[in-house]
Design a protein around this ligand. Structure first.
Ligand SMILES: CC(C)(COP(=O)(O)OP(=O)(O)OC[C@H]1O[C@@H](n2cnc3c(N)ncnc32)[C@H](O)[C@@H]1OP(=O)(O)O)[C@@H](O)C(=O)NCCC(=O)NCCS
Length: 176
């Protein structure tokens, strides 16, 4: 049965939670809260894109995209600063990693926002570079190494300058 990448639908929540938790369980740079972040984004109505990868009826991967804010460095409104998004978390079940599922998910998620201004991602440049993401000094995410924070320009004529803020869902804390 071929891989199906499709939008999340009601009833997928638990499978998405499990896939995200399991994907990040052994991942470097994991906060351990990625599955909670996806739930919190959904709860806040901030899951602009939520696609699942389905193989033989099982959810084996998931990708989320949510809106980000850009706060101009000089405090003035930056033209074109609306319509920016953040990619992630991206998750593929450990036993299915390295088989192209992540690539299919990211490609489809980016296609879903192709009329947006652009997208940012925090992640390995060796992976996200293949989708056109590049570090750019104009957009900054405080507290992370610049090479890991990358930008993909879509409809924007120019990349605005400023500090990027993710949805408050990303600040969710784990409860024991
Ligand atoms: C990162 C992840 C989503 C990629 O999905 P995937 O289905 O395994 O990746 P694909 O099969 O589409 O692509 C495989 C390629 O990506 C590379 N790759 C996979 N994970 C990578 C990572 N963390 N860093 C750099 N490269 C990576 C592989 O080496 C391979 O490269 P090649 O095509 O040159 O051989 C998946 O491995 C995963 O869920 N990892 C754990 C969670 C995570 O780190 N998510 C990303 C942060 S938001």
């Amino acid at each position: 049965m071929p891989l199906l990448v499709r939008p999340e639908r009601p009833g997928d929540e638990a499978a998405i939670f499990a896939v995200t938790r399991d994907a990040f369980a052994g991942a470097e740079h994991s906060s351990g809260t990625e599955q909670l972040i996806v739930d919190a984004l959904r709860g806040r109505g901030a899951l602009a894109v939520s696609e699942v990868a389905e193989l033989e009826g099982s959810v084996v991967g998931h990708v989320a995209i949510s809106p980000v804010t850009i706060i101009p460095v000089d405090g003035r409104r930056t033209p074109g600063a609306q319509g920016w998004y953040g990619l992630g978390p991206v998750s593929v079940r450990p036993d299915h990693q390295g088989t192209g599922i992540g690539t299919a998910l990211v490609t489809q998620a980016l296609a879903a926002i192709d009329t947006a201004m652009g997208c940012v991602v925090l992640g390995d440049p060796g992976y996200y570079g293949r989708f056109g993401f590049r570090p750019d000094p104009r957009l900054v995410l405080p507290g992370v190494p610049a090479e890991y924070f990358q930008v993909l320009r879509l409809a924007a004529r120019e990349i605005p300058q400023g500090t990027v803020g993710y949805d408050p869902a990303f600040d969710v804390e784990a409860v024991d």
